[in-house]
Design a protein around this ligand. Structure first.
Ligand code: ZN
Length: 501
């Protein structure tokens, strides 16, 4: 990089989302930043490295507004589970992760994201019973080694899932109750002090830290306030799962007497650095509250369908001036980390919500959400999400000779509705090629496969008992929570008309 501070990309077609066009341009990059965009033949300083981008369509790197790196070693683990069953199975899914496993799980996800056109992620990474500087550093190192950007937010709580759902603990037989009572998080003061230390000592460049009190009612009010104050002190964003499932919303009313978003607002967390993950069950007042405060929602349509959480009202959010980004969610709840698929699903799922087609999400809106919207959720909208002078050179090069692009009509429709990641030719992050000619340059995939297999083998003896415990808990959680979800609520977000199936 020091030897060639300038790079010029010649002849690629640059996607213009509002105009739905792609015209050939040259792009001059200085270091990691776009310096100039001009007509083909743009003058470049002597010695500038040249990249031939003819027959390529260039779009800004997709930005994953919501994922969980620990899920990557657990991808495809289980089929039918709701959010509540997934939370019940967290111990089974992420059993006995060593520091190396934390690195490995992150590296697997980062490699997949980059290979599928994604250049930055908001990663809510969990460690139990509290985050550690070593663990966060291992995950950050994995992103840096892959060469991808990340907003890494330790996902924290001081109340377990079983304690957070009113009445659930009482339904468990005593033996199981004793088991789940051992899933204790660290006291919130210990967790806050770890996060403070991590924020003070952070040494990574491409990976920044954020905070993620995971779910409102999984955190005591004192803890939420401490997170708010810490975020303010270090000027970092916060992301929280709010109103992801109907069970959460019903539990929220039982706990607070208000909606979850109203409670977060009352605690002072809702501002322009706050992102709601999912927000499927936000009502119009919640959306207005978020919009008025400049907050964001990370919309994860794949996960919302996969876990049966419902269908978010993204048009309602946009009408209320909420910033919307798009995410895949973790691999244990939506499996692949393919941002093309997540963006396509955002478009498609909006189209089954009713006959008023003018209210459906357009491909331009979906793609803007997956780039600029997600960038704003990460608090990085002045740096990433666009291909423009002054922005980081995070560019995806799609192969216009790939079958996805033969022929090309409207290129925005094609990126959102046709491209599935197989047309990705190269991916540049900060001026550096990470994927070139369909090969990831920073990860040895056969070695990664061997490491993943070794990790599975090492953890295998513990998986059996953890799965057995899950299956016992599934019987109780799997009947109690759907019961809560059948309680009347003033909004409706399921696909079925009266959840009658
Ligand atoms: Zn999540």
């Amino acid at each position: 990089m020091a030897k060639h501070p300038f790079t010029v990309v010649r002849g690629g077609k640059l996607l213009d989302i509002p105009k739905r066009k792609a015209a050939p341009v040259d792009i001059l990059i200085k270091g990691d930043t776009i310096a100039e965009i001009g007509r083909p033949g743009l003058a470049a300083p002597a010695g500038a490295a040249e990249i031939d981008a003819r027959h390529r369509l260039m779009h800004p790197g997709l930005i994953n507004a919501h994922t969980h790196s620990p899920g990557n070693l657990a991808k495809g683990l289980h089929d039918r589970w709701s959010l509540e069953l997934l939370l019940t199975g967290a111990k089974w899914a992420h059993i006995d992760y060593s520091l190396e496993d934390k690195y490995l799980s992150t590296q697997i996800g980062a490699a997949e994201m980059v290979m599928k056109g994604c250049t930055s992620a908001y990663d809510l990474a969990a460690e139990f019973p509290l985050p550690s500087i070593e663990g966060l550093s291992a995950m950050a190192q994995a992103y840096e080694d892959v060469g991808m950007r990340c907003m890494l937010a330790p996902m924290v709580a001081d109340i377990s899932f079983f304690e957070a759902i009113p009445g659930l603990m009482g339904r468990l037989p005593p033996v199981l109750r004793k088991e789940v009572e051992s899933f204790k998080y660290a006291p919130w003061k210990a967790t806050t002090s770890q996060m403070r230390k991590a924020l003070q000592k952070w040494r990574f460049e491409k990976v920044r830290l954020a905070l993620a009190p995971t779910i409102p009612h999984h955190c005591s009010d004192d803890f939420l306030i401490a997170c708010r104050d810490l975020a303010k002190e270090f000027d970092v964003p916060i992301q929280t799962h709010v109103a992801e499932s109907k069970v959460q919303v019903v539990a929220g009313y039982q706990t607070y007497g208000t909606s979850l978003a109203a409670h977060m607002d009352k605690m002072g967390l809702v501002n322009d650095r706050f992102t709601v993950a999912h927000g499927v069950w936000l009502d119009a007042d919640d959306m207005k509250r978020l919009g008025d405060r400049g907050a964001s929602v990370a919309h994860n349509p794949g996960s919302n369908m996969r876990l049966g959480s419902g269908i978010a009202d993204v048009r309602g959010m946009l009408d209320a001036k909420v910033n919307v980004g798009i995410g895949t969610d973790g691999a244990s709840c939506s499996d692949n980390q393919n941002m093309y698929e997540a963006t396509r699903l955002a478009s498609l799922v909006s189209k089954v919500q009713g006959p008023d087609w003018q209210r459906w999400l357009g491909t331009d809106e979906a793609l803007t959400a997956a780039t600029q919207g997600s960038a704003r959720a990460l608090g990085m909208d002045k740096e990433i999400g666009r291909i423009a002078p002054g922005y980081k050179a995070d560019i995806v090069f799609l192969d216009l000779h790939h079958i996805n692009w033969i022929p090309t009509n409207d290129p925005v429709n094609a990126v959102v509705h046709i491209e599935d990641g197989t047309g990705v030719h190269s991916v540049m992050i900060g001026g550096r090629m990470i994927v070139e000619n369909r090969k990831i340059l920073t990860v040895d995939l056969p070695r990664l496969a061997a490491q993943a297999a070794a990790s599975q083998a090492r953890r295998a003896p513990l998986v059996g008992p953890a799965k057995k415990l899950y299956q016992q808990l599934e019987k109780v959680v799997g009947t109690f929570c759907p019961g809560l979800a059948k309680e009347p609520l003033h909004i409706h977000r399921y696909g079925a008309s009266h959840h009658s199936h």
